[in-house]
Design a protein around this ligand. Structure first.
Ligand SMILES: NC(=O)c1ccc[n+]([C@@H]2O[C@H](COP(=O)([O-])OP(=O)(O)OC[C@H]3O[C@@H](n4cnc5c(N)ncnc54)[C@H](O)[C@@H]3O)[C@@H](O)[C@H]2O)c1
Length: 455
């Protein structure tokens, strides 16, 4: 009789394996689509009925996933979704792609992983492959997931297979998407690694095996901590440059001409998204448990978290050149998504900047073609904010426009022509103008009349 591992490998190779993806968000939906494109019957499991309905209606809700793909795969019977974990009974593989946020105390919030694994454990059966993809601290797979699944009486590496594979999706990136970003895979045993490699190898171009689940978990945290620390460094440089009347953008652009040993990072209004502001704290939390003090992570977190305050001060400085106070000024925030050309608001520094300006008495409006509503009841006086137009004729009514997200669809020429004052936190406006104040760059000096002149 063939061993269970061979049976599952053959099922994967022949595409007879039924694939499941738990959590159909920015990570899970693209993965389910890739698996279905590779020929598997892929079933998504999500608690959000709207997402499930959308997949079953053949509609995408993730900008990087074309509706045409979801529609075609659903029509071929290769892709569907459900809220009911009972479907796990019929599945051979499961990728877990649920959120891993931080609690207010900056401790990992494992509740989503725990509830997803509880849902799977109820229907776990011999011969299954379970892969955790959610970004998390090293040790999660064997300290949290494995014991929960083994409480069923089945043993990891023997009765079922267990692996960790970090997701590296970069929302909005037209070049690198799920299928062509190399996939790091670490199994609990060599058989677990082999099966995970087989599964991903059917849908993803390059697989990078590592020796354990913990190495795979740490790889993701290194990647994201690397970004957080380097952004922290360049943000600190921006603050320095501001004091020293040096243009940090020009400095970085010149430095990046070095063909080796340098990688460009740019300053900004603060960190955003579900990864960079959060993941390094998963690592520092775990490191502290071993008595290790992870100083780079904490320092970068401190500098990056201070950037919205710096932007608020910059707005106050800009208004000062007009003899205006923040209090009572009409301020338009241009772009609230955490990065350009996407609709993702998670951890967006725009929320912090708006909150700080509101606290100083400003009247806030925002424009963002990707984000029609900002749920801001808690801090904006009990009402949500709705996006306004930033088109010709709409801009002059504001005392200051603050560019937080440099969406390519914004008409910067009109903005420069019509705005009285602009604070540009992204170097979106390339030409120099006396009424444009850039983060980390010398701004217009003040003349004795209080009018700005080009520095
Ligand atoms: N978004 C990114 O750019 C990105 C990149 C790399 C890694 N990651 C990591 O991938 C993981 C998922 O991130 P995401 O951006 O896809 O999150 P998301 O919020 O877009 O999607 C998560 C989905 O999981 C569902 N969910 C939550 N609990 C569930 C449960 N118990 N059972 C079933 N479904 C459940 C939610 O309803 C949601 O649809 C996180 O750990 C994140 O850190 C995200």
């Amino acid at each position: 009789m063939a061993a269970a591992v061979d049976i599952l490998r053959d099922k994967i190779r022949s595409r007879k394996a039924r694939a499941g993806v738990v959590g159909l968000g920015y990570v899970g939906l693209p993965l389910a689509v890739e698996l279905a494109k590779a020929g598997f019957h892929a079933t998504g499991i999500d608690l959000d009925e709207r997402k499930v309905q959308s997949v079953n209606d053949g509609r995408s809700y993730i900008p990087d996933v074309p509706t045409a793909d979801v529609q075609a795969l659903h029509a071929k019977g290769l892709l569907d979704a459900t809220t009911d974990f009972a479907v796990v009974k019929d599945l051979d593989t499961i990728n877990i792609c649920v959120p891993t946020p931080l609690r207010k105390t900056k401790d990992p919030d494992m509740s989503y992983i725990v509830s997803a694994v509880e849902g799977i454990a109820k229907y776990l059966h011999p011969g299954m492959l379970i892969i955790l993809e959610s970004t998390t601290y090293p040790g999660t797979t064997d300290e949290v997931v494995q014991p929960m699944l083994e409480a069923t009486g089945l043993k990891a590496g023997v009765d079922f297979y267990l692996a960790f594979s970090p997701e590296r999706v970069d929302p909005g990136n037209p070049t690198f998407q799920t299928h062509n970003v190399p996939k790091v895979v670490g199994g609990f045993t060599p058989n677990c690694s082999m099966l995970a490699k087989e599964l991903y190898g059917s849908a993803i171009e390059t697989i990078v095996p590592v020796s354990s689940t913990r190495v795979a978990e740490m790889v993701k945290l290194l990647e994201n901590t690397f970004r957080a620390v380097n952004i922290g460094l360049v943000n600190e440089l921006a603050l320095m440059c501001d004091r020293m009347n040096i243009d940090v953008w020009e400095v970085v652009d010149a430095a990046r001409t070095k063909p080796f040993g340098f990688m460009a990072f740019y300053p900004g209004p603060g960190l955003g998204g579900h990864c960079i502001p959060i993941d390094p704290f998963y690592l520092s939390w775990k490191a502290k448990q071993t008595g290790f003090d992870p100083r780079f992570i904490e320092l970068a977190g401190h500098i990056n978290a201070g950037m919205p305050h710096y932007v608020a001060d910059k707005v106050a400085d800009a208004l000062n050149t007009r003899r205006k106070a923040v209090n009572g000024s009409n301020i338009l925030i241009a772009g609230v998504a955490y990065k350009r050309d996407i609709d993702d608001m998670r951890e967006s520094p725009a929320m912090d900047v708006m909150g700080l300006l509101l606290a100083r008495g400003a009247k806030i409006a925002y424009a963002d073609p990707y984000v029609p509503v900002v749920h801001a009841r808690e801090w904006s006086g009990g009402y949500d904010l709705h996006a306004v137009d930033m088109t010709r004729g709409q801009i002059a009514q504001y005392d200051c426009v603050v560019v937080i997200t440099d969406h390519r669809t914004f008409d910067y020429q009109t903005l420069v022509a019509e705005a009285d004052l602009i604070v540009d936190t992204r170097n979106a406006i390339k030409e120099r103008h006396p009424h444009v104040f850039r983060l980390g760059a010398p701004h217009a000096a003040h003349s004795t009349e209080g009018k700005a002149v080009i520095a």
